[in-house]
Design a protein around this ligand. Structure first.
Ligand code: F6P
Length: 323
């Protein structure tokens, strides 16, 4: 390695998402392809402040494409919320001679990236969150794995719920967005999906369950988005009102782990390559997105201004199929 080679920094920030390791691999190997030096910043922006930064070579990322989590580790960093912290972070990037920093994460991480760019550091963002709650892209790395993890957990819940003639109330992550809950509900044949994008009417849920009972169905599945919350209370209320045994299951952080699906690894590999290609072409302050079936680069401004229409049709179809 020559010391005059361009240096890029790689950081995973915010909540981890399956597929982050596949991105790291793609970034490190693409950097080698373009004769750039790649540096891993450990534990998110916290690690930047603590100077936990190491060069990563192509061999270091062998055997990680299928592993969940992030070998760089990650964190949510309060210091990056302050103007002073942001200026300090940019200063460290300059000392490290990073021509570009590639930030892998969700909305909050991209705010951190944007603040670095305001302080003169080139950044490229790669969307990775199980929540799919980013307006600028139709896909975020980790989403497909989380949908599959939840759908598989629901298969198990169905077994026990049907053995006991019960109603299962399953709470799914997603922060303030209902995408994960909606996809999982549709993919699992849920009777109802309660998401923040729709007003909740518990009486309607009760009627739906009673109608199903009348038709002979012995178990029921209600998927509740984290943004609605209170799954335990909902289960108790259903049991009280309907006399049907109900149990709440909060799936929690298991939704963030596990082997990334092939779809996540594919997006991770393409997006990782495109981010380094953008860095190579000095096409800075961009985000790699997936839109209309294609990966593309858009500016940070466009990304923050983007509005993606919520897919109401998925909700309608879930209801129609629940008859
Ligand atoms: O953004 C991913 C996510 O898992 C959300 O779905 C959830 O609200 C949040 O992170 C949980 O954060 P933490 O890992 O800090 O508990």
């Amino acid at each position: 390695m020559k010391d005059n080679q361009t240096r890029i920094g790689i950081i995973t920030s915010g909540g981890d998402a399956p597929g982050m390791n596949a991105v790291i691999r793609a970034v490190v190997r693409s950097a080698a392809h373009f004769e750039m030096r790649a540096y891993g910043i450990h534990a998110g922006f916290d690690g930047l402040f603590k100077n936990e930064i190491d060069e990563i070579h192509p061999d270091d990322v062998t055997g990680i494409i299928h592993r969940g989590g992030t070998i760089l580790r990650t964190a949510r960093c309060d210091e990056m919320m302050t103007e002073e912290g942001q200026a300090h972070a940019a200063e460290i990037c300059k000392v490290m001679k990073f021509e570009t920093v590639i930030v892998i994460g969700g909305d909050g991480s991209f705010r951190g990236a944007e603040s670095l760019s305001r302080h003169g550091i080139n950044v490229v963002g790669i969307p990775a969150t199980i929540d799919l709650d980013m307006e600028c892209t139709e896909y975020t790395i980790g989403f497909d794995t989380a949908v599959n993890t939840v759908a598989n957990a629901i298969v198990r819940l169905r077994d026990t719920s049907s053995s006991h003639d019960r109603c299962s109330v399953v709470e799914v992550m997603g922060r303030n967005a209902g995408h994960l809950a909606l996809w999982c509900g549709l993919a699992s044949g849920a009777d109802e999906v309660l998401i923040p994008e729709h007003p909740i009417d518990i009486k309607e849920v009760e009627e739906q369950i009673l109608n199903e009972r009348a038709k002979g169905k012995n178990h029921h599945l209600i998927v509740v988005a984290e943004g609605i919350g209170g799954s335990d209370k909902i289960a108790k209320e259903l049991e009280r009102a309907l006399g049907i045994e109900s149990r709440a299951t909060i799936l929690g952080h298991l939704q963030r782990g596990g082997m990334p699906t092939a779809i996540d690894r594919m997006h991770a590999s393409v997006m990782g390559f495109m981010a380094v290609e953008a860095a190579k072409n000095k096409n800075a302050n961009k985000i790699v997105i997936f839109r209309n079936g294609k990966h593309e680069l858009i500016s940070l401004e466009e990304a923050f201004a983007a509005k993606r229409e919520y897919n109401h049709k998925l909700y309608q179809i879930t209801k129609i199929l629940a008859i």
